[in-house]
Design a protein around this ligand. Structure first.
Ligand code: SF4
Length: 371
């Protein structure tokens, strides 16, 4: 099939529609209407950034029946939190406001064993950067559980051990590739426990667990669904639901990534640097102003337009206006970037003001590993 999704790989997944065909992910548009009958869908859903799902119907049913449901999301502190990471937590906050119980796993075991990161740095980034940013963005401490993989509850570790009986090396290799070492093996089983443990009575007994992810994380979800099936009679586990969002384009045209500073804007980015980065960003503009006036720009290929769509413009009407101003050639990239810069700096200024207090709260809600 020529398409392998790997949580540790570097593939740039651009052909999202192929995921529907090869991996059975369903278009989110199928459930959008039903969701909008119950509540206003998040702007990332309305705009097609959240493009796919598995079993989102379970969330809709839970919402209709006013039943409890939970969200599982992870922090992989392998670099500063940037706008490419923000989409996940924006969705999590949306679900929390709809009444969901939130579980946030800090993947410190995986960061240490698989990504070979320094443990002190993992804790520092997870708490003072990611978690603090989450809180400053509006995550509430109510209905919130934050834990480190290396410092959690007994039943969670029991799951990891039980799961090891019913997965095989050959299926893991088929999903994750041939280069499996002990660190990766444990990381995979630990991820299974992360995804499935909210269903246990000792963690709240949530029948519906939704995991919002980028498509590169789908191998974990597929395996978790299989593991749930294998433990359905023994532990009463059910398949988790998931949604899939597009990756945010980097300002240099690739995927926004912590490893290329010019590609991302961190949520803690100094304003001057943030402003300069967006002004230097690639665009979907034409080589000359004259051509652009004649032919219009290509917002579909423009990182600046993606920043506006994913993060900086809340109103759908305003976004549509910008889109057509670009398409028709009425607006040139210089003017557009200045507008995006102003919105970005206003957002960052307000956000960074909240960070100091959020850092104090963040360090008090996670049980930091003792050694
Ligand atoms: S006008 Fe704006 S949206 Fe259009 S290509 Fe230029 S920067 Fe991108």
């Amino acid at each position: 099939m020529g398409l392998r999704l790997s949580p540790w790989g570097t593939e740039n997944v651009v052909e999202y529609k192929r995921l529907f065909k090869y991996f059975g992910i369903k278009p989110f548009s199928e459930v959008l209407k039903e969701l909008s009958r119950i509540t206003e869908p998040h702007m990332l859903m309305r705009r097609g950034v959240v493009f796919g799902h598995r079993d989102f119907d379970k969330v809709i049913t839970a919402l209709k029946r006013n039943e409890k449901f939970s969200i599982l999301t992870g922090i992989m502190p392998s670099g500063r939190m940037h706008f490419g990471h923000k989409m996940v937590i924006d969705q999590v906050i949306y679900y929390q406001q709809l009444g969901a119980e939130i579980f946030i796993v800090i993947a410190d075991a995986e960061a240490y064993a698989v990504r070979k990161l320094d443990r002190g740095e993992i804790v520092n980034l997870a708490i003072n950067d990611y978690l603090a940013n989450y809180l400053a963005l509006g995550l509430s401490t109510r209905n919130l559980h934050v834990y480190f993989q290396t410092n959690y509850e007994r039943d969670y570790y029991r799951l990891i051990q039980l799961f090891s009986r019913k997965v095989t090396m050959s299926e893991l290799k088929a999903i994750y590739g041939e280069e499996l070492d002990p660190g990766k093996l444990i990381a995979v089983l630990t991820q299974m426990a992360d995804i499935l443990h909210p269903q246990l009575e000792s963690f709240g007994g949530f029948n519906t667990v939704l995991v919002p992810v980028g498509p590169d994380q789908d191998p974990h979800l597929r395996l978790a669904r299989d593991v749930a099936d294998r433990f359905s009679s023994e532990l009463g586990l059910k398949r988790p639901a998931s949604t899939y969002h597009k990756f945010l384009m980097g300002l240099d045209g690739g995927k926004m990534s912590s490893s290329r500073p010019e590609s991302f804007i961190a949520l803690t980015e100094p304003l001057e640097s943030a402003g300069s980065k967006i002004m230097k960003s690639l665009t979907g503009g034409r080589p000359t102003a004259e051509e652009q006036r004649k032919m219009g720009g290509v917002p579909e290929k423009c990182p600046v337009f993606e920043m506006l769509t994913y993060h900086l413009v809340q109103s759908d009407e305003e976004l549509e206006r910008i889109y057509w101003d670009c398409k028709s050639g009425r607006m040139l990239c210089g003017e557009c970037k200045l507008m995006a810069r102003e919105k970005l700096l206003r957002f960052l200024e307000e956000h960074q003001e909240k960070l100091g207090r959020a850092r104090g709260v963040a360090s008090s809600i996670a049980n930091i590993p003792g050694f």
